[in-house]
Every structure is written in C-alpha cells, then in structure tokens.
Design a binder for this molecule. Structure first.
Ligand code: NAP
Length: 248
C-alpha cells in the first residue's frame, strides 16, 4: 500500500508495478478535481479513519505500507503510523528533508498559517500565496493585502483582494520570475514542503531579493524514513527477501 499525494509516491508505484515481486496499490485522498490517473492500480478517497485503514489493509492483504503523502498531510501520516502498528505491518515514510535557506534567502519560518498571515504585517502588500486552497481562511485575518493565490484547482475565494490561478507543478524558475515581475509580487508565502516540484518560487524570491514566509512542517509520529526512491525500493526488496526466506 502506497499512500500517495506526491510525485515520489507515484514514481514508486510505477517502479513496483513492473516488478513481479510486488503488487502495489496507490492511494489518493481525492482532494483535487483533476486527478491525473496513474498507469498503475490505485484507489481514490479516504479510508474512514484509522479503523477504516486497518480494515482496508486486512481485506487487501497488504504486506507493507509506504507513506508517500505530502509532508503537510499530518492526519494521514498519523493514521498511517497507527494503522500499520495495529496491523503489525512494516511502515516506511518516503520524504526528503525540509528546505534550508541559502545565501541570499530572506526567510521567516513560522509554525502555522495564522502566524504566516500575521507576519505579513499591517501595511498592504502584494502577496504570492502558494499554500493550497484548504487553509486560505487563515488569511481572512489579513484582508488588506493583494493576494495572488496559486492552487491545483480554481476555487471561489472570499478574500476581498485576491485572484486565484490554477496550476499544477512542477514549476520552472523562469516562469516564476516572469510571474513575480509581472504581478509585482512583494512577498512569497508557502509551506516548507521540501519537494523539488515547488521549489522554484523560492529560487525566484532569492533572485529578486523578495522575502518569503514559510510555514514549518507539522509534527507527525517518527517512523523509519528514507529520502530517495532507490532507498524505498531497497527497503521493499529486503522485506520481500525476508518474507521469502520465511516462506510467507
Ligand atoms: P490530511 O489532512 O492528512 O488527511 C485528511 C484525510 O484525507 C485523511 O484522514 C484521510 O481520510 C484522507 N487522506 C489523506 N491522504 C490520503 C491518501 N493518500 N489516501 C487515502 N486517503 C487519504 O491530508 P491533506 O493535507 O488534506 O492532503 C490530502 C492529500 O493531498 C494527501 O494525499 C497529501 O499527500 C496530498 N497533498 C497535500 C498537501 C498539503 O499541503 N496538505 C499538498 C499537496 C498534496 P480518512 O481519515 O477517511 O482515511
């Protein structure tokens, strides 16, 4: 069972699907209107909490769980840890480290969206807001700013001075530079996802000398974690070899 939501999860599922030792199923929450269907076996939608996940893992006779959700999918990550533990299944998280500031970066790291909204300050600014659509409400507390919001799907936004652009990563530096210049962006707000596909906005901010407000990753249970796809494949190969030796 691969809990998806990132391109790494998708790539892992595709790699396993062409390997006769494995029968991967990739799971999506189904949050986006325009899910790009993978070429591998997959399912869409919540499980119905931890108990639903446990029932699913049992029914589908899953032998291992790889959590390749987005670093901000905190609830699913908690459920994965609990569900795998309750079923006695090995669990691996696939994620890279958070981004670290480089010379020239002007970052303010904050704990949550409410702090990010507050950190924008009282004076109106032109803000590039790349946090997805689900937590926009935190910025209702700072309606004086002009927001350019980028999210996977378009949505009606109740902020008085906001525009939404729907776009799916990966994003390229040249396009981000062009967008920020054209829109006269003054500050960038995002999540410290550590995912390559969405890093270009921070490179563009650095190049233009713009400040960035980054929300830190939420706390989730500590579980065995690898950063690279190859390491996840090696972990699964080792699991498979061990269960073959036991004749399972
Ligand atoms: P979340 O708050 O951690 O999860 C909420 C609920 O959504 C979970 O309890 C679960 O429902 C369902 N869910 C989440 N991921 C699932 C998966 N891979 N397969 C099946 N059900 C799943 O998650 P979220 O932040 O809303 O993110 C939803 C999805 O979008 C995740 O797959 C995540 O990787 C991806 N994503 C999230 C972000 C972000 O910034 N949060 C960004 C990019 C992509 P039940 O309790 O009913 O099982």
């Amino acid at each position: 069972m691969i809990l998806g939501g990132t391109s790494a999860g998708r790539r892992l599922a595709e790699a396993l699907a062409s390997d006769a030792r494995f029968a991967p199923v990739l799971s999506f929450a189904g949050r986006t209107q325009s899910l790009e269907r993978p070429r591998v076996e997959h399912r869409v939608g919540g499980f119905g909490g931890v108990s639903g996940l446990v029932r699913y893992l049992e029914r589908e006779r899953c032998a291992a769980v790889v959590d390749a959700t987005h670093p901000f999918a905190a609830q699913m990550r908690r459920h994965a840890a609990l569900g795998a533990e309750q079923r006695g299944l090995p669990l691996l998280r696939l994620e890279g480290p958070p981004w670290r500031p480089l010379p020239g970066d002007r970052w303010l790291e904050v704990a949550d969206m409410a702090q990010a909204a507050q950190a924008l300050g009282a004076a109106p600014r032109r803000v590039f807001l790349a946090i997805g659509r689900l937590e926009i409400a935190a910025f209702y507390a700072a309606p004086q700013h002009d927001y350019l919001i980028r999210a996977v799907d378009d949505f009606p936004c109740e902020l008085p001075r906001a525009r939404v652009i729907a776009a799916r990563g990966p994003f390229a530096l040249a396009a981000e530079l062009e967008l920020f210049r054209r829109e006269r962006i003054e500050v960038v707000v995002g999540k410290n996802a550590g995912i390559a596909a969405t890093y270009a906005k921070l490179e563009a901010a650095r190049a233009l000398g713009l400040p960035a407000i980054l929300v830190q990753r939420p706390r989730v249970p500590a579980v065995p974690t690898v950063e690279a796809l190859e390491a996840a494949l090696a972990w699964l190969s080792e699991l498979h070899a061990r269960s073959s030796r036991r004749g399972v």
